[in-house]
Design a protein around this ligand. Structure first.
Ligand code: NAD
Ligand code: ZN
Length: 350
């Protein structure tokens, strides 16, 4: 088969790779019909994630068709159309039982983040992929949901919802600020309304992203980097501060920004993956009674979100801005890597 293979920092190729096979009775092999590229793939390609070794097939988002199932897989059959969750999980270990799918204890000698595709196991930017724990890691797709919508359920929609909106404990009537209106921030914006947020303010330095955020449910937008960005946000709350500040960028500055706009007793939900330490000013925050949360997506809300996507209650269809074939994988990377110029949100490969 063909696959996008990591060749060390800065090096990638769309090349021949061995066809995946069933290694465990709980596995399935899936033909990838649609995949996409995530900011995390760019981090890996830069060499920011040393655990990813040369030769790894990248990608952790995908929709496909089951071509083979292991002996103990009974709830899936060859020919089923499925969403491939970015997090593989057995569904019954001590951590999975708590919903902490991203920390599945597994039994293939690796646990936790080892179960993200394209990290320590081969990924979805390929014609075929082996899916461990297929029964808990694949979600059957109803007919009416197109691949381009379904692929947003592999990672970004659960991430924005679980780590942003749910960890942030958004409540009816809340003022929610989302810093970073990339695909993950837009997913948080689009799902904040599920818990009744009254005001959702998108904050970004890219005006194009801010314009797009309104289509996902942002009621207000603020350009960061301007001298009075903070006053603009606080003005939405009569100066009190927002109830929930969601950080969806992953740089120290935006984490600090989130802590500066939250009200006493409010929540800072950090979603961004930080490659560098952030400054945590507990000397200021303790007296504000602020709750700070963060985490790796568990993808344990995928089935629920799929129902809402099937009913067109979440506008994920607006995320797929550019389309490529598998043979154009490198062009897709180029377009996604230059998102500020190409205005790409998600590039979809099918
Ligand atoms: P992205 O790079 O596409 O979007 C980031 C957005 O932040 C862009 O719109 C950019 O213009 C904006 N931005 C950058 N610097 C800024 C600044 N200084 N001020 C204001 N805005 C700024 O990324 P994405 O794919 O949307 O992902 C967002 C973050 O979520 C990344 O850090 C990603 O690694 C992380 N992530 C976390 C998890 C998790 O499990 N916690 C899962 C997936 C992704
Ligand atoms: Zn488990």
């Amino acid at each position: 088969m063909k696959a996008l293979v990591y060749g060390g920092p800065g090096v990638k190729s769309w090349t021949d790779a061995p066809d995946p096979v069933i290694l465990h009775p709980t596995d399935a092999v899936v033909q990838v019909d649609t995949t996409t590229i995530c900011g995390t793939d760019l981090h890996i390609l830069k060499g920011d994630v040393p655990a990813v070794q040369t030769g790894r097939i990248l990608g952790h988002e995908g929709v496909g068709t089951v071509t083979e199932v292991g002996a103990s897989v009974t709830s899936l059959a060859v020919g089923d159309r499925v969403i491939i969750s970015c997090i593989k999980s057995c569904g019954h270990c001590a951590n999975c039982a708590m919903g902490l799918f991203s920390h599945c204890l597994g039994d293939e000698g690796r646990s936790g983040i080892g179960w993200i595709f394209g990290h320590l196991i081969d990924g979805t930017q390929a014609e075929y992929v082996r899916v461990p724990y297929a029964e808990n890691s694949l979600y059957k797709l109803p007919d009416g949901v197109p691949d381009t919508d379904a692929v947003m359920l592999s990672d970004i929609l659960p991430t924005g919802f679980e780590i942003g909106v749910q960890y942030g404990q958004v409540k009816p009537g809340d003022v929610v600020a989302v810093i970073g209106a990339g695909p993950v921030g837009l997913a948080a914006i689009a799902t904040a309304g599920l818990y009744g947020a009254a005001t959702v303010v998108a904050i970004d330095r890219d005006t194009n992203r801010l314009e797009q955020s309104r289509q996902f449910g942002a009621t207000d937008t603020v350009i960061s980097g301007t001298g009075d960005w903070k006053q603009q946000v606080l003005a939405l709350t009569d100066g009190a501060g927002v109830d929930v500040a969601i950080e969806a960028v992953g740089v120290p500055l935006t984490f600090t920004m989130a802590t500066e706009i939250v009200r006493p007793g409010g929540h800072v939900a950090n979603v961004g993956v930080h490659g560098k330490p952030v400054e945590l000013h507990l000397e200021d925050l303790w007296i504000q009674n602020v709750t700070i949360t963060t985490g790796l997506v568990n993808a344990n809300t995928t089935r629920m979100l799929l129902k809402l996507v099937a009913q067109k209650k979440i506008p994920v269809d607006r995320l797929a801005t550019h389309h490529f074939t598998f043979d154009q994988m490198l062009d897709a990377y180029d377009t996604f890597g230059r998102a500020a110029e190409t205005k790409a949100l998600k590039v979809v490969i099918s």
